[in-house]
Design a protein around this ligand. Structure first.
Ligand code: ZN
Length: 142
């Protein structure tokens, strides 16, 4: 049973925000909104975010869901002053990559963009773009 049926990436969320299908990502947003955010972990302790069927690091298919930690720390951040049209009314804002231990999430920080710092502790929640109303991951300082 070597299974050559591979995940061809049709469930990959790489075109998120383009108005395309991102149902798996929406599931994650639903879970975070309900306070039940989760991530996937393979037997080798690699973390990844849903939707996935295969570990992106080692190819393991045995992925378990684990609760997302209550808070993480800002690993990198960027202040956006000249946004794309779909975020026109949100600027300026800070986007950050937040480290939750084994996984990282990207989102908008719910704080004065100038106050966002690497190492800052934040929790993940779900908010909406002021411009488009589209749901996105927001980080709230803890
Ligand atoms: Zn793995």
């Amino acid at each position: 049973m070597s299974g050559d049926e591979r995940d061809q990436g049709t469930t990959g969320g790489s075109d998120r925000g383009r108005g395309g299908r991102n149902d798996g990502f929406d599931d994650l947003l639903d879970a975070i909104e309900a306070g039940e955010g989760y991530y996937l972990r393979c037997p080798n302790d690699h973390g990844s975010l849903p939707p996935r069927r295969v570990c992106p690091h080692c190819g393991a298919r045995d992925l378990d869901e684990h609760p997302l930690p209550e808070s993480g720390t800002v690993a990198t951040h960027t202040v956006v002053r000249v946004p794309t049209p779909q975020f026109a009314d949100d600027a300026p804002y800070a986007t950050a990559v937040v480290d939750f231990g084994t996984v990282r999430l990207t989102g908008v920080v719910d704080a004065d963009p100038e106050a966002v710092e690497t190492g800052m502790t934040v929790g993940a929640t779900v908010g909406e773009s002021r411009t488009s109303g589209e749901r996105l991951v927001r980080f709230v300082p803890r």
